[in-house]
Design a protein around this ligand. Structure first.
Ligand code: PLP
Length: 501
């Protein structure tokens, strides 16, 4: 046994654990430990599995989520009650969310323990790989190094199960039986359907009509995991019926679908609501990405100069960036942190920072955020997950504090970048992270001009296997750039409530 565990020659720059660590008495070994020790120290394993790149992804899954609020010099403004405009109270949220999630929503604690059962489920796909895009670097002939943190290994194919699992778990702990939600592109609905199936929760999803019709596979995934799926607007809810009265063929929007799901949760005592982005507790859960990535970057001895992620509601971006922002606030690193949004739905770069509703019908709490107006219906770009009028209040606040910057990119440039990525790195990205890829390529091309060897870190938050219709459109030359209309934004901004808290 001991010979099989012989340590191989040390990797330069990395310290090997002392030999005694692995020479435990035989009875001290569990089979799992043996395998871990074997993987770590056996030269034959390393030869077969390319130890250096494998080790990079063998970091431990974090045991705590990180709450950026704890470290901000100025705390974000509170959410307000939609009717009274007074700061929200715990009781205001309890019809919608289980207690633990409400506590997390308003918590100022720096770290929050991840329940063991959740960590155990995370193990199905975590730690997720951090990969250097060497072939993409070569293609664009840049001196920059591009790394991407890939979240597409989860069962639903994106970062969303990182929060779907704890949300379902906290609901199950409180003996909730039914949860409802909305979904745009279908990523969130399928993630929650998966998570609910693990805990025997009933899950009902309102899917934006346009994607319900165009994306049968996401709907079928939800149904496979046991969820009930309704197209939105639906005639099940008051909010849905009101939209259908004026526009019977409405393609729907995330804002409308949120109104429907929130209405059902608010009017049924046995039903709670889940949201896939925007809220503090969602961004909190996603910090497993950044915490893991910090360790992985450390393992390769790199410090990012630029961190890039796409933003719809802000959760994959925040999940990767927040732990790095903590290190930045601590003065340890100083990366540029850049959010990328679609030119057709530019809430950070063109919206206003004000209190607005999270949904179209004005039923959710008022959140201070960058918004294009709650009744703004973005053009049907292919990145359905980025078609949201607002932004996470925490991201908006951090943006206002000047700790990050934002850019907007049109979709044809994004798909051009996606093809370059797919043809060098192999992975076919979801339409949303193509925005991060396009921005990373812009940065890398800039480095080519200046000769800088910057380290670019990018969030590759999901694969595009169910979004191939968008690729078809692009490949056939039928994709156009949809720019947001200033008149449309001005009209919807006029409907934003005037609130002086
Ligand atoms: C939902 C989704 C997004 C947008 O949501 P964020 O909260 O901004 O991360 C982006 N990419 C993918 C793959 C998604 O599923």
């Amino acid at each position: 046994m001991a010979t099989a565990l012989r340590p191989s020659s040390p990797i330069p720059g990395r310290s090997l654990r002392p030999h005694s660590d692995i020479e435990e008495p035989l009875h001290g070994f569990t089979p799992k430990l043996k395998l871990a020790a074997y993987k770590k120290h056996s030269s034959s394993y390393k030869m077969r599995f390319r130890a250096s790149s494998k080790d990079l992804n063998m970091v431990e899954i974090p045991k705590q989520w990180y709450n950026l609020v704890a470290d901000l010099p100025l705390k974000p403004p509170p959410a307000l009650h939609p009717k009274t405009h007074k700061p929200l109270k715990f009781e205001d949220l309890s019809p919608l969310f289980p207690d633990e999630l409400i506590k997390q929503e308003v918590s100022h604690d720096r770290f929050i323990d991840i329940p063991d059962e959740v960590i155990d489920i995370y193990k199905l796909w975590r730690p997720t790989p951090l990969i250097r895009a060497k072939r993409l670097e070569k293609l664009i002939n840049t001196p920059a190094k591009i790394y991407y943190k890939y979240e597409g290994t989860s069962p639903a194919g994106s970062h969303k199960p990182n929060t779907a699992v704890p949300q379902a778990w906290y609901n199950a702990q409180q003996r909730v039986r039914n949860v409802v939600t909305e979904t745009g592109a279908g990523q969130w609905g399928s993630s929650l359907a998966f998570a609910c199936s693990l805990f025997g929760l009933n899950c009902e999803v309102w899917q934006v009509r346009a994607s319900y019709d165009q994306k049968p596979y996401r709907k079928l995934m939800m149904q496979t995991w046991g969820a009930k799926v309704n197209p939105s607007p639906s005639d099940i809810t008051h909010a849905g019926r009101k939209i259908l009265e004026t526009d019977p063929s409405s393609p729907g929007s995330l804002g409308i679908a949120i109104s429907e799901a929130v209405e059902v949760a608010a009017t049924h005592a046995d039903t709670k609501y889940c949201l896939g982005s925007v809220l503090n507790h969602v961004l909190l859960h996603q910090t497993v990405i950044g915490e893991e990535c910090l360790k992985q970057m450390e393992a390769v001895g790199e410090t990012p100069d630029v961190i890039i992620g796409c933003t719809g509601g802000g959760s994959n971006f925040g999940g990767l960036a927040f732990p790095f922002i903590r290190e930045k606030l601590n003065g340890k690193i100083n990366p540029i942190i850049r959010a990328v949004e679609p030119a057709a739905c530019p809430s950070l770069t063109q919206g206003i920072y004000t209190y607005d509703y999270g949904d179209t019908a004005g039923m959710t709490p008022l959140l201070k955020m960058h918004t294009l107006g709650h009744d703004f219906v973005p053009d049907p770009i292919h990145a359905g997950g980025l078609r949201y009028h607002g932004m996470a209040p925490l991201i908006s606040h951090v943006y206002e504090l000047g700790f990050m910057e934002a850019a907007a990119i049109p979709q044809t440039e994004c798909f051009q970048a996606a093809l370059q990525f797919a043809r060098t790195e192999g992975l076919i990205p979801a339409p949303e992270p193509t925005h991060a890829i396009a921005a990373a390529i812009r940065e890398a091309l800039h480095c080519k001009e200046t000769g800088e060897r910057k380290v670019i870190l990018m969030a590759m938050c999901g694969h595009g296997h169910f979004d191939l219709a968008a690729y078809e459109k692009y490949l056939q030359g039928g994709m156009v750039d949809l720019s947001y209309s200033i008149e449309k934004v001005q009209a919807s901004l006029a409907a934003v409530p005037q609130i002086i808290p």
